[in-house]
Design a protein around this ligand. Structure first.
Ligand SMILES: *[C@@H]1O[C@H](CO)[C@@H](O)[C@H](O)[C@H]1NC(C)=O
Length: 418
């Protein structure tokens, strides 16, 4: 009896959990071309790059791993999808998706933006106001970070911490959890990489305390830990010239005073020179320590327990710039349930990553072998040629090495976001 009661209770709780999970948006691109009716391309510019649906060059599952891929180099991309608007008031919100930079990305965004429902999708662009921007951004060797930007009262605020993103060619899962207690967590591949509080890790609100503008260091505040020893005096034989004539210098025999002027020996550093004399240092008996500027409550600061809250979340979009295209976005999820997101991550990225890696490694291995084969053939040919025209000078140079690719150094982010 007891056991059955407990069992029922546990099942009921599990059921309650499952029922409570709210999924606001989910997109896996599993229905062929139908995504085109859900995603709206912006027409703000006429030359946005095209997204195409593909699982890419290597994958875990040819169908399930299909996602939106950027398909043209050096383009801006802007597309978005709408869902039933909601507020995250009093609830956690999880924003999650997968990114695969299979092109060996050099410079480009891999992030999403979450917009208010009143966004005009057909006109979405870099300056369109968003609530949250989240995800990886890579440019050259220096920028490899995960952006977490929150809009607060019309202004965008970047996270102050440096959150590193993945820069390999495999699919990775990015998750942002935003909680009503104003804490957050960033996960990559279902593992926490950063967490903390909105107040501490962003300069969203002005600082709580500031230096008291009225307070001044007292004039007589002595903050010199050491002072000159007044009783110390300079030794009488201290002062010696810094340079002296070289005692070993000799006038050259052919020196002609009329022609060359008066002969003077070259100057050399004086070994007896002791430099500037300084008195010995002693502890300052009046030392009061370092003066600490007193702080006061910042009159500009007003606590706000609702920094995390966005009233009208209704659109998710990809608004990015890419130099080398080929990034695939997939498995978008917006939910209020952290466990649900983790599970969805496991079912999608988690199921894909193993076979995807295997396929990639097999392709790499095949390429390596082909390359080896080609090199072998080339060197045999070269040898044969050499044998053929003996006596000829060796002139064949290996020209296969490509020059290193140029790295752009702007970080691919529209100026307004910085
Ligand atoms: C997701 O997968 C990890 C690793 O296999 C596992 O530890 C975790 O419990 C899974 N999470 C859920 C919600 O299923």
């Amino acid at each position: 009896m007891q056991i059955i009661t407990i069992f029922l209770f546990v099942s009921a709780s599990l059921l309650a959990l499952a029922v409570n999970a709210e999924v606001y948006f989910k997109e896996q691109f599993l229905d062929g071309d139908a995504w085109k009716s859900r995603w709206v391309n912006s027409e703000h510019k006429s030359d946005y790059g095209q997204f195409k649906l593909t699982a890419g060059n290597f994958y875990g599952d040819a169908e399930k791993d299909k996602g939106l891929q950027t398909s043209q180099d050096a383009r801006f991309y802007a597309t978005s999808a709408r869902f039933e608007p909601f507020s995250n008031e009093g609830k956690s919100v999880v924003i999650q998706f997968t990114v695969k930079h299979e092109q060996k990305i050099d410079c480009g965004g891999g992030y999403v933006k979450v917009f208010p429902a009143d966004l005009n999708q057909a006109d979405m662009h870099g300056d369109s106001q968003y609530y949250i921007m989240f995800g990886p951004d890579i440019c050259g060797y220096s920028t490899k970070k995960v952006h977490v930007i929150f809009n607060y009262k019309g202004k965008n605020h970047l996270i102050k911490k440096d959150v590193k993103c993945k820069d390999d060619e495999l699919t990775h899962l990015y998750t942002l959890i935003l909680n009503p207690d104003q804490t957050y967590e960033v996960k990559i591949d279902n593992e926490k990489v950063e967490s903390g509080s909105l107040e501490e890790d962003w300069d969203i609100l002005p600082p709580k305390k500031i230096k008291d503008p009225e307070a001044k260091k007292p004039e007589d505040w002595d903050d010199r830990a050491k002072i000159d020893d007044e009783t110390d005096t300079k030794p009488e034989d201290w002062d010696k010239p810094e340079n002296i004539p070289d005692p070993d210098a000799k006038k050259p025999e052919d020196w002609d005073e009329d022609m060359d002027g008066e002969w003077e020996p070259a100057m050399i550093p004086n070994p007896e020179y002791k430099g500037e004399w300084k008195p010995k240092q002693i502890d300052n008996p009046n030392y009061k320590g370092v003066w600490v500027h007193p702080e006061i409550d910042n009159p500009e600061y007003t606590a706000d327990a609702e920094i995390y809250k966005f009233d009208n979340i209704g659109v998710i979009g990809l608004d990015l710039w890419q130099v080398k295209s080929g990034t695939i976005f997939d498995n978008f999820l917006i939910t209020d349930d952290v466990k649900e997101a983790e599970e969805f991550g496991n079912e999608t990225w988690g199921a894909t990553k193993g076979p995807e890696k295997k396929m990639k490694e097999e392709q790499d291995e095949k390429k390596r072998k082909e390359e080896e084969e080609k090199n072998k053939e080339q060197s045999t040919e070269a040898e044969e040629e050499e044998e053929d025209d003996e006596g000829d000078e060796e002139e064949e140079e290996d020209e296969t090495e490509e020059p290193p690719e140029e790295e752009g150094d702007n970080d691919g982010l529209p100026k307004d976001e910085l």
